[in-house]
Each structure stands twice: as C-alpha cells, then as structure tokens.
Write a protein that binds this ligand. Structure first.
Ligand code: HEC
Length: 193
C-alpha cells in the first residue's frame, strides 16, 4: 500500500486507512476496499507467526481466519456488480468476462479460511519438509488453470475438504489461503496506479 496516499488523519484508524486513502472510492467500491483491507490486516497479523518470527497464538490465528471467512465467498462477490464504473477501482474487466473463475476463487478462500480456523490448534508443521511444502505452495503461483496441480499428490486442490484441511499444520493451510489471495489479485486486480 502506498503510504503517500494515506491521510494523516485516518492513518491512526488502522483498518480503514488504506481504503479511505483511495479518495475517489465511494459506495460499493469503498466497501470492498475496506473488506479487502480488513483481510489484509488479518494476514499481516498472523504471517510472522507462520514464519516463526512471532510466537504462535492459535486463538489469534483462528480469529484472523474468521475475519477472512467473513469477507470471502458470496459476501465478496456481491461487492463486484458488473455495472460499477469507478475511477478509483483497481479491478480488471476480466472479473466479469470470467466470473466463474472469480467466484470460484472467492468461494475457495471461504473454504480455506474455515480450514485455517480448524487447523489453528495444530500449530506449525514440525518437520523441515513441512515448511518446504508450505514454501513451495506459497511460491507455486499459478494454481488456477494449471493442469499440473491435478496430478501432484502433495498439492492441495480446490476440492480439498474441511476435514482434510483441519488435519494439516496451520502454516500449510495459511499458505493455501494467501496463495488464493494472490491468484485472484494476479488475474483480476491491476497494479497500483
Ligand atoms: C476472488 C478474488 C479475490 C480474492 C480471493 C482476494 N482478493 Fe483482494 N482484491 C481483489 C480485487 C479485484 C481487488 C481490487 C478492488 C478494487 O480496487 O475495486 C482487491 C483488493 C485488495 C486490497 C486493496 C484494497 C484497497 O484499499 O485498495 C487488499 C489489501 C486485498 N485485496 C487483500 C486481500 C487478501 C489479504 C486476500 C486473501 C485473504 C484477498 N485480498 C483475496 C480480489 C480478490
């Protein structure tokens, strides 16, 4: 987020500051920016725990997962009506040209956030291998549309159920959550202007 665009006055509010920085954003565009920013803050809060830089706190992870879940799925997609024209928005038209993929990613985020809430108690993967897998998923980039994920046993796919996710180390599920954020942004959000 570009700090230059943050109003000094609202910076202290934290959650809303990034969204309010988009001066032209109003109505539903602003609403979705606020929602996205809340998820961004949730991710930022727990990612140092996932990398071992901060002490792991299962309750905080569960809470962050719930914040993400609250804004995912249909709650997210209904904030992207096709007729919205707004200069302040960073959306690509691809959202409406490929609504199915967009909605699928929003839905996937919802399942993964539920999985993360359930996996929070599991803590971090203990083995080096576990961390390497999470890292690979994180950097794996293009999960969507790449046929390769179907064949690779370790790679989680969209059909992975809550029960399976609930058994995984929290950092592995977190990697899947953040991979879903980036997959959607890569396809459907323009670079900051
Ligand atoms: C289904 C697609 C999709 C998913 C999944 C998604 N985003 Fe976004 N996100 C977008 C789009 C599109 C925008 C641009 C909205 C606009 O500018 O109108 C955006 C914007 C943002 C912004 C900028 C908000 C602002 O103030 O301009 C942040 C931060 C963000 N997302 C965080 C996240 C995080 C964190 C996750 C995962 C937990 C996530 N997003 C998941 C589509 C998605």
């Amino acid at each position: 987020m570009n700090t230059k665009r943050i109003f000094a006055g609202v910076a202290a509010i934290g959650l809303a500051s990034a969204a309010l920085a988009h001066t032209g954003a109003t109505g539903i565009v602003k609403e979705r920016m606020v929602a996205m920013s809340a998820m961004g803050d949730a991710v930022k809060e727990i990612s140092p725990m996932m990398s071992g830089e901060a002490d792991y706190d299962a309750a905080a992870v569960r809470e962050a997962a719930e914040v993400i879940g609250m804004h995912a799925g249909e709650t997210m997609t209904r904030l992207f009506p096709e007729d919205n024209e707004n200069e302040a928005s960073y959306v690509k038209d691809a959202i409406w040209e490929d609504w199915e993929t967009f909605a699928e990613l929003a839905e996937r985020l919802h399942s993964y956030s539920e999985g993360l809430a359930l996996a929070a108690e599991n803590g971090l993967g203990s083995s080096q291998d576990g961390m390497a897998d999470a890292g690979a998923m994180m950097g794996g980039g293009d999960m969507m549309g790449s046929g390769s994920m179907m064949g690779s046993g370790m790679m989680a796919d969209a059909t992975m159920g809550r029960e399976e996710l609930a058994e995984m180390p929290a950092d592995a599920v977190f990697a899947m959550v953040s991979d879903t954020c980036s997959s959607c942004h890569t396809r459907f959000r323009t670079e900051a202007k």
